[in-house]
Ligand binder design. Structure first.
Ligand code: AN7
Length: 407
């Protein structure tokens, strides 16, 4: 390696120098990954120094591929709670059940971990504008980090399909918002075309190989919060599938440098109406067939052609994991149950992970003595309209009648 990190194509294995901007392999068009020189990191790793730093993404600076520390763009992302859920343990009949609450990030989703690294790279590359297509959270996060960095931000959204909270965030942070007819997959192909034509715009979608480098700190933090231990299973919702790969990669790197002993089984959950990866994993094939018209109440993961699908299949296979799908009804039930029995408010996509592991436990596919961690990817306030719709209506009453209706 010429540097302590490089791009590497996951298909042809060709490496590229990190000073240049790439989204896909220039040789074969395959997905790119950032590979770190783990030997180099391991030799320089000072665990005591690491543990003295606050729990957030930059605690793990030595694993984060940026060059110029003066350019770091941070809103103090990460350091999210790992909640032990005793009521759910009892209900589900499982030994240890935790929720890693990513809704506690600055913009309310795990995307902030990727954006602190991605937008820092944008400054290192010297661009003036950043762009993404999004089902909502990516755009909310990018808009905020672009604002912090003083960059312009362009977001392409599927018209009418983005939850209100997310739209509100992209708008208030001053992004230029373009809503296009069609679904997310269409919006993504459009923004890719724009960034190919316009060299001055840096693409910060799931294709961007640097973003997962920030998101892998979900795995770092979970291990750290468990006293450098790992759960038996790590459950995560899948949309574009960058996150399941990123978290897998986080555990992989920790194992390589000797900080943990095992990698948890990675369990990916999709919605019934958008489950190309679940279908591929069930069939045991490496190539997935895109879903033409994805549909689910969990708009964040309403994605039919996940760009990182093959990385997700790899993470699941290599870790001995699995994939499962859940219906909208199961998602809503899990969302309400988590909110009401544990006080954790999540958006539907995150509830999908809870619904999925519940199904696997009930079906006997998870041992009762296992330790399970579910990643709750986004805050309930992201989709307030849905939360109101699936809950009981307020009791409307005259002021004089209040005492009668309180029950
Ligand atoms: C809450 O914002 O794709 O499998 O454009 O917002 O890494 O895509 C959001 C995805 C899970 C899926 N949970 O993560 C977008 C977008 C929430 C999300 C996912 C998303 P990936």
């Amino acid at each position: 390696m010429r540097s302590w990190f490089e791009y590497e194509c996951i298909d042809c294995g060709k490496r590229q120098p990190p000073e240049k901007r790439f989204y896909v392999c220039p040789e074969c068009g395959g997905l790119l990954e950032i590979e770190l020189d783990l030997q180099y990191i391991s030799e320089r790793l000072d665990r005591e120094a690491l543990e003295r730093k606050p729990l957030n993404v930059w605690r793990y600076r030595q694993f984060l591929p940026i060059v110029d520390e003066s350019k770091i763009v941070t809103l103090q992302e990460g350091g999210t709670p790992l909640y032990r859920c005793r009521r759910l343990e009892e209900k589900l009949g499982i030994a240890e059940f935790y929720v890693k609450y990513e809704g506690a990030n600055p913009t309310g989703s795990f995307k902030d971990r990727g954006m602190t690294v991605g937008v820092t790279k944008a400054l290192e590359f010297g661009v003036k504008t950043v762009a993404c297509a999004s089902t909502g959270n990516t755009s909310a996060s990018l808009a905020a980090y672009a604002a912090k960095a003083g960059l312009k931000c362009l977001v392409i959204l599927p018209s009418g399909k983005v939850a209100l909270g997310k739209l509100a965030q992209a708008a208030i942070h001053g992004a230029r918002i373009v809503a296009v007819k069609g679904n997310f997959d269409r919006a993504l192909s459009l923004v890719r075309q724009i960034c190919e034509k316009r060299g001055d715009i840096y693409l910060l979608n799931s294709l961007n190989p640097f973003r997962p480098q920030g998101q892998k700190t979900i795995g770092f933090e979970i291990a750290d919060q468990l006293g450098w231990g790992v759960p038996d299973r790590l459950v995560v919702p899948m949309g574009n599938c960058a996150n399941i790969w990123a978290i897998y990669k986080g555990f992989f790197e920790l194992k390589e440098v000797g900080m943990i002993e095992n990698i948890p089984r990675m369990v990916g959950i999709q919605a019934e109406g958008a489950k190309p990866i679940v279908d591929a994993v069930r069939k045991g094939i490496d190539k997935f067939i895109p879903v033409e018209n994805p549909e689910t109440i969990a708009t964040a993961i309403r994605i039919g052609n996940p760009v990182n699908g093959s990385k997700a299949i790899r993470a699941i296979k290599r870790s001995g994991g699995t994939a499962e799908s859940v219906t909208d009804e199961e998602i809503i039930e899990a969302q309400r149950e988590l909110a009401r029995s544990e006080g954790i408010g999540v958006e539907p996509a995150s509830a999908a992970a809870i619904a999925g592991i519940k199904k696997l436990i009930e079906r006997g596919e998870v041992d009762r003595d296992e330790k399970v961690v579910c990643v709750a990817t986004g805050n309930v306030l992201k989709d307030p309209e849905e939360a109101v719709r699936v809950s009981e209506s307020p009791l409307e009453t005259e002021p004089e009648e209040v005492l009668k209706v309180v029950g």
